[in-house]
Design a protein around this ligand. Structure first.
Ligand SMILES: Nc1nc2c(c(=O)[nH]1)N[C@H]1C(S)=C(S)[C@@H](COP(=O)(O)OP(=O)(O)OC[C@H]3O[C@@H](n4cnc5c(=O)[nH]c(N)nc54)[C@H](O)[C@@H]3O)O[C@H]1N2
Ligand SMILES: Nc1nc2c(c(=O)[nH]1)N[C@H]1C(S)=C(S)[C@@H](COP(=O)(O)OP(=O)(O)OC[C@H]3O[C@@H](n4cnc5c(=O)[nH]c(N)nc54)[C@H](O)[C@@H]3O)O[C@H]1N2
Ligand SMILES: [Mo]
Length: 771
């Protein structure tokens, strides 16, 4: 197992900037742990370069592909995790029973290294053993063909899957006959897509990196770029140096939003200097963003009455719904805004003044906005704020939902969606000469419900870690265990492989950093970043094992085994990905000339109508949307029901610095001062005193969810270490996925059905559980 750089467990506040020498040291430690210190440099130098591979870390775009070394500590960890020298062979995995493996931590499973051969679960021995590829495909095809209805199968996708693989996958699944496409997006930026599509006609961000160079104010809501999008700090640092205002809204003090030392800047590194990031930092309450945004909008229209501030020409020409919004804002109560946001009137006035003064404003957001019951409304309030001064569709201004997985946006573009548009299905059917299914499929929550109810019997996952990433762990595990067959296409052994159906397969694939040779020679794949740039990625490392298939080839062979009557030339397509791209171009007009366009280093940008001020909405205009400040969330209800004696906290589940979603690289969270621990809960010092506990005590967490019959469903997660932290009273933070058992399956964002993993009502009590 990989040894932590800090064997000692400790809690010690971090005083340095984000990045800096700490980041470089961490890189060295991770390369050493993965046994690739020497090969590491070549691998890393090629990340995010025109002739290298796209970093499998996050979806933040690359800066013109010119710098010789786009350094990013957490990008290095992602690349190193894939390039590791460790191997999870059938001999290693088969040496223990699945029940024994289930006792291991996620960190330990990740530490086993890369999967090398397809494996099948054997019930008699409770072990995985090697299986030949053809046998594996025959087994899956047999189960799929035996189903009474194609809708009894579910096809999950995680956001690392390339455009080429995603396109073939959705084609295979639709030829098979279902739209059952739950994906990680359902748990992530689904509300951003839904909110923006309705308000401005595109479900994606409108800005590019060039806009970041021009913006004079950047508002950041619910995002922790120092850990999750470190390359974004480079952009913010430049903006800060030019005097742009950077305004952060986050309940937690996050180091990366405060100071950053750029490891690529020799002077900053040599002088131990750093650049302040946020000019203003508002520690609002968890779930308080909609109230805060309404407050800023309300203040803006008050100021506008003194001196005109709204962009009236833009509003008249390009929007609808202004009157209803103004009326609603005027009527909104300041007391409610202040109580629900947790900010003072002075703070809201200050934020509004910054916004009012700025000529070019960008609003960014992450999971702190999307994983709430009122996520869609909150994002539409961000759009309202920008529309009031015409900050859309002009240089230096716009919306910037910061996506997670490196190709999560591209997968959706390729049709990984449970509610596909009719026009897309028509075109797909025409190009491939079949009749695609029209009935909408299940999303992530729907998939869990369908498996629980026995309506779905086969679960296939293209990447990801469904058992760990989803809400309501106990329910999800029961759901998966009810399946006839569970199949995971993966690079690493993970929790989902241990929570299996009656039959189970683990199918290992090439990672993006690896050389992919098919009939037509070495192949590249394409990805779409958070700013709609599509570009080529070529692997450079030798494959982790000779038995690995590429994702496109795996899908093609599965399709051939399952759909003997298909007219699609599966193996030819998977033998030359340029042919897949030709088909993508035939289905999606925006991809015309795809193969030529990706020859340009850096690729090309997909058309974004909102950034041209063309509004593909119902009204043909950008739409102002009215939303009340929520007072009926699960947290409100639990507080109303329990009264003052039992304090109910709002818990946000967040990422530590040493994890990639469910992949746990290490046990430290450097910028928050946590070393050697994962089961921690961050709490305000006064709250600690009020409940009569102290930092270092261990507690159990119980979540409360109104069951609709006057009672509360309770879910428990045991033994968390209390850590005093700069966070508002009544708010807690803890890590995902350890806290996922607390998220009720039925608690999700209105409209988008994203689990509310940033606002779980919980109570604390001293833990009696043993370590
Ligand atoms: N290294 C690394 N990189 C990653 C990932 C990773 O796990 N590790 N994951 C990738 C993925 S899939 C995604 S989606 C992104 C996630 O990137 P982020 O969106 O940054 O993810 P989180 O850590 O979940 O939470 C973000 C922030 O929301 C704040 N927050 C919590 N509740 C609220 C609230 O009510 N209001 C406000 N304003 N803030 C709140 C938290 O304090 C935290 O700072 O990163 C991607 N990049
Ligand atoms: N409580 C709580 N729950 C959350 C969140 C939260 O903030 N709080 N965040 C949500 C979010 S934003 C997301 S995106 C989801 C993430 O959910 P998922 O995308 O399902 O999970 P990951 O942890 O990213 O998946 C990791 C696994 O992907 C596999 N893998 C890695 N690279 C490849 C590859 O190239 N090909 C293939 N086939 N497999 C690969 C490896 O086996 C690895 O173990 O979790 C969600 N769940
Ligand atoms: Mo995500």
């Amino acid at each position: 197992m990989s040894k932590s750089s800090n064997e000692g467990k400790k809690i010690e506040a971090y005083g340095g900037p984000a990045g800096g020498w700490g980041a470089l040291k961490s890189v060295a430690v991770h390369l050493h742990q993965q046994g690739i210190a020497a090969k590491g440099a070549k691998t890393l130098l090629s990340a995010n370069q025109p002739d290298g591979f796209d970093c499998p870390g996050c979806a933040w775009p690359d800066r013109k592909h010119t710098s010789s070394f786009e350094f990013c500590e957490n990008g290095v960890k992602a690349v190193a995790a894939e390039a590791t020298a460790r191997r999870a062979t059938p001999a290693v995995i088969g040496a223990r029973t699945v029940s024994e493996w289930a006792q291991e931590s996620d960190h330990a499973l990740e530490g086993l290294g890369r999967l090398t051969e397809p494996m099948v679960y054997e019930q008699s021995s409770d072990r995985y053993r090697a299986i030949a590829w053809d046998e594996a495909f025959a087994l899956i095809a047999g189960e799929l063909r035996a189903l009474a209805d194609p809708n009894e199968a579910i096809f999950y996708t995680s956001g690392r899957t390339s455009n080429e693989a995603a396109f073939l996958y959705q084609l295979f699944v639709r030829e098979f006959g279902t739209n059952n496409f739950p994906d990680c997006s359902n748990m992530c930026h689904e509300p951003s897509g839904d909110a923006l599509k309705a308000a401005i006609g595109v479900g994606k961000g409108t800005v590019t990196l060039d806009d970041f160079e021009l913006a004079d104010a950047i508002f950041i809501f619910g995002q922790n770029p120092g850990t999750n999008h470190p390359r974004m700090l480079g952009e913010l640092r430049e903006a800060s140096k030019r005097g742009a205002k950077i305004v952060s809204f986050n309940p937690l003090r996050e180091r990366g939003l405060e100071r950053f030392a750029n490891p690529q800047n020799a002077l900053e590194m040599a002088t131990l200097g750093s650049t302040p990031i946020s000019s203003h930092y508002y520690q609002l309450k968890i779930g308080g963003d909609l109230a805060a945004l309404k407050g800023i909008c309300k203040r803006l229209i008050e100021l506008d009455e003194i001196e005109p501030l709204l962009d009236r020409a833009f509003i008249a020409a390009h929007t609808s719904g202004i009157d209803a919004l103004l009326e609603d804002l005027r009527a909104e109560s300041w007391d409610l805004i202040i109580a629900e946001s947790g900010l003072t009137k002075a703070q809201i006035d200050e934020a509004a003044a910054i916004y009012a003064k700025a000529e070019r404003v960008i609003c960014c957001w992450g999971m702190g906005i999307t994983q709430h019951r009122h996520a869609v409304a909150t994002i539409q309030m961000i759009a309202n704020l920008l529309l009031l001064r015409g900050h859309l569709g002009r240089p230096g201004a716009g919306v910037c939902p910061v996506r997670g997985h490196s190709n999560v946006q591209g997968d959706r573009t390729m049709g990984i969606y449970e509610k596909p548009a009719a026009a897309f299905l028509d075109r797909l059917g025409e190009v491939f000469q079949f009749e695609p299914p029209r009935e909408p499929g299940v999303d992530t929550i729907g998939a869990i419900e369908a498996m629980l109810a026995g309506r779905a019997k086969v679960f296939i996952a293209m990447g990801g870690n469904f058992a760990a990433a989803t809400p309501d762990t106990a329910a999800t595990w029961r759901a998966l265990a009810r399946c006839e067959l569970t199949v995971h296409v993966a690079t690493k052994f993970n929790r989902s492989h241990l929570v299996h159906g009656r039959r189970a397969l683990v199918l290992p694939v090439l990672g993006r950093t690896e050389i992919d040779v098919q009939a037509a020679g070495p192949q590249g794949i394409t990805v779409e970043d958070s700013m709609s740039m599509v570009h080529l990625s070529m692997g450079l490392n030798a494959p982790a094992s000779e038995h690995l298939l590429s994702e496109p080839m795996l899908i093609a062979r599965l399709a051939v085994a399952t759909l003997p009557e298909s007219r699609t030339p599966w193996l030819a397509l998977a033998g030359d990905y340029a042919l897949i791209r030709d088909k993508i171009a035939a289905v999606f007009p925006d991809f015309a000339g795809f193969n030529e366009k990706i020859r340009t280093p850096g690729g090309f940008r997909l058309r974004n109508t909102a950034s041209e001020r063309v509004w593909a909405t119902d009204s043909g205009k950008a739409e102002f949307r009215v939303h009340p400040v929520p007072t009926d969330t699960a947290v409100h209800r639990a507080r109303d029901a329990t009264g003052r004696d039992t304090p109910v906290f709002a818990l946000a589940t967040v990422r530590s610095h040493d994890q990639y979603n469910t992949t746990i690289y290490g046990l430290d969270d450097r910028y928050r001062g946590v070393y050697g621990h994962r089961r921690v809960v961050f709490i305000n010092a006064e709250d600690l005193r009020a409940i009569g506990l102290k930092a270092g005590d261990w507690v159990d967490l119980t979540s409360l969810y109104a069951d609709g019959a006057g009672g509360f469903e309770q879910r428990r997660a045991e033994r968390f270490l209390l850590v005093e932290y700069d966070i508002p009273r009544g708010c807690l933070a803890s890590y995902y996925p350890e806290t996922n058992p607390l998220v009720p399956l039925q608690s999700f964002a209105i409209g988008a059905r994203t689990p509310t993993s940033k606002s779980i009502p919980v109570t604390l009590r001293v833990s009696t559980a043993t370590a």
